[in-house]
Design a protein around this ligand. Sequence first.
Ligand code: ADP
Ligand code: GLC
Length: 480
Amino acid sequence: MSKILFVSSEAHPLMKTGGLGDVSGSLPAALKRLRHTVRLVLPAYQQLKARAGKLKTIATLKLTGTEPVRILEGVMPDSRVKLWLVDAPGYFDRPGNPYLDADGRDWPDNAERFAAFCRVTVELAMDRAGLNWRPDVVHCNDWQTGLVPALLAREQERPATVFTVHNLAYQGLFPWHQFAALGLPADLWHMDRMEFYDRFSFIKGGLVFADQITTVSPTYAREITAPDLGCGLDGLLRHRADRLSGILNGADYDVWNPQHDPLIAHNYSASDLRGKRLNKAALQQRFNLPPADQPLIGLVGRMVEQKGIDLLLAAIPALMKEKVQIAVVGTGDKGFEAELCAQAKRYPDSIGYHIGYDEERAHLVEGGADMFLMPSRFEPCGLNQIYSLRYGTPPIVRRTGGLADTVVDATSETLAAGKATGFVFDEPTPEAMLGAVRRALALYRQPKPWQQLVTTAMAQDFSWDASARQYLQIYAKARA
Ligand code: ADP
Ligand code: GLC
């Protein structure tokens, strides 16, 4: 049995901005179910502390360059995974988003904040906080934790390190003067270590120094070793290819299951879909759409270029001719938000858009829409399409990353074989996306094959167990 220190900057249900939160909430729980010992380390954000229930101070650390930091111990609400919070109030006790201020700009002290988080994690990993617990493996996630493998690499008798890339496009890049102010070992500023085109790159700490690197789907693991999606790091990843693998994210079916989801108006299952039709009515109402008898396309996601929001915007005039309704929940780029808002005003009977982060609406879209759109330009894994499958809301996705690994395109062959689960298109263009939407609409008009598609989608199983076992193999390799 391994002892695993799982390090992340967010974890559902305590703090979540996207899929990283889902994964960090559910993978540690899956590892625990497989009888491994897990401690989850998170920053003690203000909101998170308020939601975490009972916490007790178990250590106080004084590190050079940071204020005294307390370690608070608690448990994750549902899974009872043991939780260690890094309580550095100057860095984390502030309202709102973990990474952005109220205007959507990066907090100006992000380098300092996450460097402090990483340094404290290293002390925990080396059992220097007086807690008498030493992990075998430290599993780090995304750039916010990238310094951990880099600093641990300098230690004698250290635990093994695994670094998971959830999104290579977010790298944690900072100018020299901010690096200099961190008081880190000067040799990290080197192109073979953490310097990247004259900036300090947190993610390189993970990519260069971790014993094993993973990413969240097999296809994305291949894609990031090529220039197109390599974000300038493909050379480094090719160099470390023998240490890189892709493990598909799992879904937490305790949270995402139409049979007992408390956030949808009516529960339902593959054998009785009446609730789904009622949810559609509830969804239309919630988004101020008339109860029209038209196919309803849902989209939930960060409103950023990655998600292909521009493709949706460009396709709206053509979509309106198809007589569909569209319901969107999402926040992000202010330009995309404003444009979609304008379209919703222009077509009030057809487009409903909720700007913001809203879990209830996100679940209702999964439970009430007829199909789910994810036209991502790239997608390391993607969780919403996996949830859509379980909710019988066939996904329309671009063939990239985890979308390619989880959705089976409806062709005459896959339909005949009972294998089709959604609609897949290749080119990142509005026309290609429209082609897939039109195929979906054509099938929707044929109740029998549509019903078959929905049933096959709902039967797909992406639960964590298999993926958690693959992580255990990676931990073993990292330790070897
Ligand atoms: P990413 O991590 O790139 O944002 P994923 O598909 O992996 O994409 O995960 C996104 C997660 O965040 C899903 O659980 C989704 O429901 C949730 N989510 C994204 N945007 C919103 C929003 N505006 N309101 C509620 N939940 C959201
Ligand atoms: C990232 C990716 C998304 C992935 C999630 C969890 O935010 O954009 O594709 O599902 O991390 O791994």
